[in-house]
Ligand binder design. Structure first.
Ligand SMILES: Nc1ncnc2c1ncn2[C@@H]1O[C@H](COP(=O)(O)OP(=O)(O)OP(=O)(O)O)[C@@H](O)[C@H]1O
Ligand SMILES: [Mg+2]
Length: 277
């Protein structure tokens, strides 16, 4: 497959020498990585990063750092066009269990989120827009307990879009969903990333094929060996060879990429890397 035309503008997310330690355990070691604003001629194109790694390697810990919910032991996370140090509330974080307030309706939950950033009238307009856009208008007056899993998930994504800037983290968005629902969430992610040039979605997933098909960049968290001794170093990192630019490889933004032999081969290679890490 041929690479589609693209170029890069300013950084939207930077991990600058980020390490995280819990007590004596180094979980993340010296992470350095960047997401740049990708520009495609004539299109409004956001960014999608897939984050992979073995269970227990530190993906959720990384999410907490990226969301500003925990401070790294060393280094900095910078977000947005202004590249400010991240603070809680700047990045939307959709955890696996989509926490919504049970005593508010779906619409009430979204209004609560929107009011954190917008005056009342604008908040109402934005909520109405998102309800329609995400196919939730008919369910606006339902309480979370009466929504299906997929509806709750769309609500949680809408909620995070309403109250965060442009960055959204999705932790395991495909687990426990049926095939039709996976397609729906995929469409939603494409929609979110084409709503605004600066929208950036980071997807933590064990579903390598589905996530890779959506992404233009991949990060694989893995331990690294010392170049001197060959011994495994403590903690996981994002070595340059584990940061993949799918736009450059010609694998980004092709509809139905999943059936292409080059894509299948690439995904198999990633799985081998994960197995060997
Ligand atoms: N608050 C904490 N205190 C101490 N250790 C922690 C804390 N949070 C996470 N850890 C440890 O950090 C390591 C990474 O955990 P994390 O939840 O990030 O894994 P993960 O990559 O998300 O795994 P999975 O794919 O299973 O979700 C684990 O060994 C975990 O025990
Ligand atoms: Mg996790």
């Amino acid at each position: 497959m041929h690479p589609l035309p693209y170029s890069y503008k300013s950084p939207l997310l930077t991990l600058d020498h980020v390490s995280m330690r819990y007590g004596p355990d180094l979980i993340l070691r010296d992470l350095n990585a960047q997401v740049l604003d990708v520009v495609r001629p004539g299109l409004s194109q956001g960014q999608v990063v897939g984050i992979y790694g073995r269970s227990g390697i530190g993906k959720s810990v990384l999410c907490r750092l990226l969301a500003g919910l925990a401070a790294p032991t060393a280094g900095t996370v910078l977000v947005g066009e202004a590249q400010e140090p991240v603070q809680a509330g700047m990045v939307g974080y959709v955890q696996q269990r989509y926490p919504l307030f049970g005593h508010y309706t779906l619409e009430g939950n979204l209004l609560l989120a929107a009011r954190r950033r917008h005056p009342a009238a604008e908040a109402r307009d934005r909520v109405a827009h998102f309800l329609t856009r995400f196919g939730l208008a008919a369910h606006a007056r339902k309480y979370p307990a009466h929504l299906s899993g997929g509806q709750r998930q769309r609500a949680a994504i809408a909620q995070q879009l309403l109250c965060s800037e442009h960055l959204i983290l999705l932790d395991e968005p495909f687990s426990g969903l049926d095939v039709a629902m996976i397609d729906e969430v995929k469409r939603l992610i494409v929609e979110v990333t084409t709503l605004d040039e600066l929208n950036t979605v980071l997807i933590v997933s064990h579903d390598i094929a589905t996530t890779t098909a959506l992404a233009d960049r991949l990060w694989l968290l893995a331990p690294e060996r010392s170049p001197d001794t060959g011994q495994l170093l403590p903690g996981a990192t994002l070595s340059p060879r584990h940061q993949y630019n799918l736009a450059q490889l010609g694998l980004a933004w092709h509809p139905d990429v999943e059936s292409e032999p080059e894509f299948v081969e690439f995904v198999e290679g990633i799985k081998q890397e994960i197995r060997g890490s």
